[in-house]
Design a protein around this ligand. Structure first.
Ligand code: ZN
Length: 314
């Protein structure tokens, strides 16, 4: 009997253009909204910002830039690459709420075939605590944020002349650590070009107070990358080789922290390096770092590395 009723219901349904007793063909769903970009993790205000904050008992991998890349070296039970391939990340859409970004990227010159968007980070602001050299007897003092910004200013001038695309991540001066924001701006930047991140710093060695120099043996340049990032290490190799060649400073090689990695290397969703261009609390390095000539050579080295990667890729 039930079957008989079902036949009648179906017959009526066919007459009236519907088939209520049979499974409906599912309507195509509207296109899914693009996934929200993963939030940039918040920086802990206490976490190390650069090599000047590294503790003596931190586990650091030091490797020679001439060695072939080794991934995850020294890291116990460490995945080959703990990050999803950052360069494959979809470009996050910009929602109306995201339009608080102040800096605007400089697009490539029309005649220049740009390969990357260079996110150049000056590391600290005028309100960052510490990060300054001892005051010399003649009154001179190096403030790290000024040194870093002088280097980036010289880099930008050259990139403008060549036509390379870049993004001055923090053009404002009156900022403190600003760690989350500087990374978040780079992560959110929407560009058709793959992004690379370069954070430029001066270093500080252990010293009792800001007015004390570190040991004379603590001097030179070092370049940091995210432990486990193959492209980050390759990028660090290129930057470091160029900085050594242009400055002839003491070579402290490539460095990577196994735990507690620097926020700007850990949270940027793109290959990233952090360059440490001399120790401002080493009496010999400081003298160099206060000169126009040294700063220009550091800037030239960064531009040479950028152009090498623009030519050959990572
Ligand atoms: Zn720094």
């Amino acid at each position: 009997m039930n079957e008989f009723l079902q036949v009648i219901v179906d017959f009526l349904a066919v007459l009236f253009g519907d088939t209520p007793s049979r499974p409906r063909t599912p309507r195509p769903l509207p296109p899914a909204l693009p996934p929200a970009p993963p939030p940039t993790p918040q920086a802990n205000p206490e976490e190390p910002q650069d090599a000047g904050d590294v503790k003596e008992d931190d586990f650091i991998v030091i490797s020679h830039e001439a060695e072939p890349p080794r991934v995850g070296e020294g890291a116990p039970e460490f995945d080959e690459n703990p990050l999803p391939a950052p360069e494959d990340d979809p470009i996050p859409p910009v929602s109306p709420d995201d339009r608080v970004i102040i800096p605007v990227p400089v697009p490539p010159a029309p005649e220049y075939r740009a390969r990357y968007m260079w996110c150049i980070d000056n590391g600290h602001g005028a309100l960052t605590a510490g990060k300054r050299s001892p005051i010399l007897p003649d009154g001179r003092q190096l403030l790290e944020y000024q040194f870093n910004r002088d280097i980036t200013r010289r880099i930008f001038a050259q990139l403008d002349a060549i036509g390379v695309a870049y993004f001055n991540v923090v053009p404002e001066t009156q900022v403190g650590n600003f760690l989350t924001e500087r990374v978040d701006r780079a992560n959110r930047l929407s560009t058709a070009l793959p992004k690379l991140f370069v954070s430029i710093h001066g270093n500080a060695g252990p010293a009792p107070t800001l007015q004390d120099f570190t040991d004379d043996s603590v001097q030179g340049v070092e370049t940091w990358y995210y432990n486990g990032s193959t492209k980050g290490r390759k990028m660090a190799t290129i930057f470091h080789r160029n900085i050594i060649a242009q400055t002839d400073m003491n070579n402290r090689h490539l460095r990577s922290k196994v735990t507690g990695q620097f926020y700007v290397l850990r949270a940027t969703r793109m290959p990233a390096v952090l360059t440490e261009n001399g120790f401002y609390n080493n009496r010999f390095d400081l003298e160099q770092m206060l000169t126009e000539d040294f700063r220009q050579r550091v800037a030239d080295a960064h531009v040479a590395a950028i152009m090498e990667i623009e030519r050959e890729g990572l």
